[in-house]
Each structure stands twice: as C-alpha cells, then as structure tokens.
Design a protein around this ligand. Structure first.
Ligand SMILES: [Zn+2]
Length: 351
C-alpha cells in the first residue's frame, strides 16, 4: 500500500506541478493591468491633437471611422432602421406591489437575423409614456437579464430601482448568454473561433437594434442613456463612442488600457487587438466628450488598479480641453467589490 501511494505521487508529480503553476499564472495580474498607461496610439488624442495640433473635430471623425473600419461596422444607424420586433404583454413584477411592470420583447437583428431578447422594466405610469427617459442597461460576463432585478447579483437590483425612479429600462441579453443562445452553444463555444473584435461587432450591432427599437416605441423620448457593468461597461463605452444619441454613459468595473484587455486577464470576447495600435481606451472615452460619463469602481474590486486611474486622467484631459471638465467623473466606493452601485448610478442619471 505504501509503495503504491508513493509511485502514484511520482507518476503524477509533473502533472500536479503544471496544474499548480497554471493556477497561479492564471491568478497573476499582468503588468499592463497594474502600471499606469503611457502608450500613445498613432490616431490617439495625444499624438494627433496635443503633439500635432489637429482639431478635436477632425480627430474625432478620423478615430470613429477607424473604429468602425476595424469592427467592420459602417452605416450602423441606417442598417438598424430595418428591424422588426415582437412585443409581449406587460406583466406585474412578482414581489412588487408598487405597480412595477415587466415586458418581454424580441427584436430581430437587421444585421444577421438573430432574435435579441430584451426585458423592459417600467412603472405603470411610464409604461406608455412617449416622453420617457430611457436607459439601456447591459449586464456583465456570465450574468443575464434575469439579474437586472436581483439585489444579490453584480447588478445589485439596479433595473428595478431605475424603473421605480421613473426610467424606462431596456435590458438586452448579450448574445451567447442567458436566453440568447445561438446554435445551442454556450458563451465559450460561441466565441472560440471568432477573430478579435468580432464579438464586439456583433454585440454593438445588437445594441444599435435595441436603440432603434427605443426610438420607434418612445418617439419623443426625453433622454437616452446607457449603463453597463464589467463586460456590459466595455460594450457601453464603445457604443456611446459610436452613437452620438446617447446622452449619459455609466461604465462600472471596466476602464483599462487595451494592452491589459488584450491579455488572458480578460476573456477573449473582449479582445480588440487590431484597434490597439490606433488608440487607447482613454481616447474612446474622449470620443464621448462633452457628454456625461461616469466611471465607477468598487475600491475592493481586484480590477481597480493604478492603470485604471491613469486611463481616467487621460480621458479627463480630453474632456478638459473640450471645456467639459465636470462632465466626466470617477467614483470609487469603499467596501464594494466587482459590482455596480445603484446609489451612485441613480443620482448621476437624474442630474
Ligand atoms: Zn467572454
């Protein structure tokens, strides 16, 4: 018995060593995610506007074109107009005796024909309000639209809180998560053979379809806003940069140098390596200026590092140059981890 045990150990020693090494290597944070970012993209704000004196307007237009080209997304607004959708009946939300309603809608993507599930959350009084304040609320990795009303999820029940505060919430399922299954594949299998940027392109096209639905249903909407957590924040940033109709943007738990995003520290669905040479994450945030932008982190979030702060300061510089210093805000909540904070998001959207 003793001999058997020790020979098993010897036979498997190499395997155990490799497993332990891979585990710790996977846990380690890459240098690019920890250290302040100083890399200037060749179409970045510092290189073109600050160093070469190009105007903000010309820079903005060139960078938007480059991003659309790298994503393969041109004529976005035009294509999105051709959508069709199926609207369900409004139901009273279980556990809410204060007139909270939920409605399911399925939007057929005019880009590739996929059916996008969207949950609409509203109060009875805003249900048919043409002049709605609309919030596109985007969940994070491995979450789903079911988490929008769950206070224990990373969304912290923000969906119901926004609806209770009078907003109309449109929560789209990110494709390959939750109800939005494609060809019976889970998220990992769905993106396995995709090139960098391909998943981002598909999801952004889905978001343009959802926004077009909002424009058709709430014809005189008062405001159109986008809030995203983690993967949802990553989508929200690129979406607002490409969509001038968005008035307020909230990005929670996601504000990093591309050199950090394009590593194994972030899942391959977020990799966008072809754009890394052109610009930095802060430049994409700068494309949103002078519109309002809230960057949010929990102080105990393992993703909150000096790299985040440096990217924020670089984005803030672009806002300052546009005379909109106060329109960009970094709010860090003590005692919070990788989760959104309704108490921070609500006042920002109401302001
Ligand atoms: Zn992923």
């Amino acid at each position: 018995m003793q001999t058997y045990r020790s020979s098993w150990l010897i036979d498997n020693l190499a395997r155990i060593f490799i497993s332990v090494f891979v585990f710790f290597a996977g846990c380690a944070t890459p240098r690019q995610c920890l250290t302040p970012s100083e890399r200037k993209g060749i179409l970045g704000y510092e290189m073109t506007v600050v160093d070469r004196g190009q105007s903000y307007t010309v820079w903005r237009s060139k960078l938007v074109q480059q991003m659309q080209y790298d994503l393969g997304l041109q004529n976005l607004n035009e294509t999105a107009k051709d959508l069709t959708f199926t609207l369900g009946y409004p139901e009273i939300m279980q556990g809410h005796d204060d007139g909270m309603m939920k409605t399911h809608v399925t939007i057929k993507s005019p880009f590739d024909g996929q059916m996008i599930p969207v949950l609409i959350l509203s109060s009875k009084t805003t249900l048919s309000d043409d002049r709605a304040d609309v919030v596109l609320l985007i969940h994070g990795h491995h979450e789903s639209i079911d988490d929008m009303t769950n206070v224990k999820s990373q969304m912290r029940g923000l969906g119901s809180q926004l609806a209770r505060a009078g907003f109309v919430v449109l929560a789209p399922e990110i494709r390959s998560f939750g109800e939005f299954e494609i060809n019976h594949k889970g998220h990992g299998a769905y993106i396995r053979k995709k090139a960098d940027g391909e998943f981002l392109r598909e999801v952004l096209a889905d978001m343009f379809s959802v926004t077009e639905f909002a424009k058709q249903r709430y014809k005189n909407f008062r405001s159109l806003n986008v809030v995203g957590h983690s993967l949802g924040g990553y989508i929200a940033l690129h979406f607002s940069a490409l969509n001038p109709a968005i008035q307020r943007t909230v990005i929670s738990g996601m504000f990093f140098p591309y050199a950090c995003i394009n590593t194994n520290y972030h899942h391959a669905c977020q990799h966008f390596s072809q754009f890394e040479e052109a610009a930095e994450f802060s430049d994409v945030a700068g494309l949103i200026a002078p519109r309002k932008l809230l960057v949010h982190f929990g102080r105990d979030d393992k993703y909150y590092t000096p790299a985040v702060i440096s990217i924020f300061h670089r984005a803030q510089r672009i806002y300052e140059d546009q005379g909109a210093k106060d329109a960009i805000v970094l709010e860090v909540n003590p005692g919070r981890k990788h989760e959104i904070n309704p108490e921070t998001v609500l006042p920002f959207l109401k302001n």
